[in-house]
Design a protein around this ligand. Sequence first.
Ligand code: MN
Length: 208
Amino acid sequence: MKFELPKLEYEYDSLEPFIDEATMKLHHDKHHQTYTDKFNEALEKHPELKFKDAEEFLINLNDVPEDIRIVVRNHGGGYVNHSFFWEILKKNVEISGKIKIAIDKKFGSFDNFKKEFSTNALGVFGSGWAWLVLNEKKELEIIKTQNQDSPLTIGKIPLLVIDVWEHAYYLKYQNRRAEYVENFFNVINWGHIEKNFQMKGGKNENKI
Ligand code: MN
């Protein structure tokens, strides 16, 4: 069994003008394909692992055979992170539901959340990702990861993510990461994040 590049559920130009068609094509068809291929290539050395879910490798990274652990961390991470990233993108969706309540409670307001998320996205030095996750207590938390490291490896559940590798924005925004991050807020699929939040047991009540 091999992992396959997931198909996009929308057109390459669906996120224009915030994320451009050329970037989506390159990012999905080339970059994500490469992570997929190299992940599969590494797993060929260990046929005993072939029935595992991609996420399982990252959740229990220390159980991955040592000779392929770094490749799985990087390319398995790249495979899973990008598969997740495509799903949370959709243009012009208003935030609503339980996730909205939880964000308001945790961060005080949506604007505060946006500020903190953006600061994290801009604060990734080099290549990486900024995430909204559920932590061990099933509460909201914003974190960043380097390279293709996954929150799953440190016991957190991803809800929302922004890819801040240059390949995610360089064609349109060149070095202007801040502008990309600002525009990213127009393409967050809050409906999907609400679904994740409820499915994974996120809490929106303050604990005393
Ligand atoms: Mn990427």
